[in-house]
Design a protein around this ligand. Structure first.
Ligand code: PXP
Length: 240
């Protein structure tokens, strides 16, 4: 069976750095260390307000990394230009609201559809694999296929919140399971991300058909106690 890939999101190394306006801890150092300890790709989200990763980080990380870089961007002209220039191996298009603490849900595929389609085609021609960050909804998955995305990344935030709050998560788990089956059936690669912890990743790793998990906040947080390399090893073991 094909191995499930672990994408390590290092945005929150930059959050810690930016909290003091210093030049440490270094997101590049985290990316290189994650690569050394078995991450399959590195994810960074260049936000419009540059609240964590900034343009200089993107340049440094994309020049040093040997494993694929997954650049998360909002569907804007500015971000399209940046992604076309830096040619990351993977691009994930995400929704972005200026005042949100983190990405609150999947993309609204009723909005800016023609622009999203144009972005996807331009990025694919530029040799980036393109993914859309969406809710586990059949309607959105069908739209992602129509828009010619290579992959979808299912927003697992709601599922993870239910687990963290010790609430019944079975309905949401079933929604995700159905979404994965449908996505695979219509020829999309299916990924998962947002809010994942050891516990939620373990449950979702049992859902057949998810090929990549992108994990950041919990992983970086746990690294304070266990070290980045041990946390990566533990997640890889859980996923496979
Ligand atoms: N995948 C996508 C598309 C994201 O936007 C994010 C960050 O919001 C993540 C994965 C990682 O989420 P987290 O930091 O909660 O693990």
């Amino acid at each position: 069976m094909k191995k499930i890939r672990l994408g390590v999101n290092i945005d929150h190394v930059a959050t810690v750095r930016n909290a003091r306006g210093e030049n440490y801890p270094s997101p590049l150092k985290a990316a290189v260390l994650a690569e050394k300890h078995g991450a399959h790709s590195i994810t960074i989200h260049l936000r419009e307000d540059r609240r964590h990763i900034n343009d200089a980080d993107l340049i440094l990380i994309s020049s040093k990394l040997k494993i694929p870089l997954n650049l998360e961007i909002a569907a804007t002209q500015e971000m399209l230009k940046i992604a076309l220039k830096h040619k990351p191996n993977f691009v994930c298009i995400v929704p972005e609201k200026r005042n949100e603490i983190t990405t609150e849900g999947g993309l609204n595929l009723n909005h800016k559809v023609n622009f999203i389609k144009k972005i996807i085609n331009k990025l694919k021609k530029n040799k980036s694999r393109v993914s859309l960050f969406i809710e586990p909804s059949k309607k959105d998955i069908r739209k992602a296929k129509y828009l010619n995305a290579d992959c979808i990344e299912i927003h697992t935030g709601k599922f993870c919140n239910l687990i963290n709050e010790n609430k019944d998560f079975n309905k949401e788990l079933n929604r995700i399971k159905k979404a994965v089956i449908f996505g695979n059936k219509i020829g999309l690669e299916v990924h998962a991300g947002h809010g994942l912890t050891y516990k939620s990743a373990k449950i979702l790793s049992k859902v057949k058909g998810i090929t990549e998990f992108n994990i950041g906040h919990f992983l970086i947080g746990e690294s304070i106690f266990e070290g980045l390399s041990d946390v990566i090893k533990k997640f890889k073991k859980i996923l496979n």
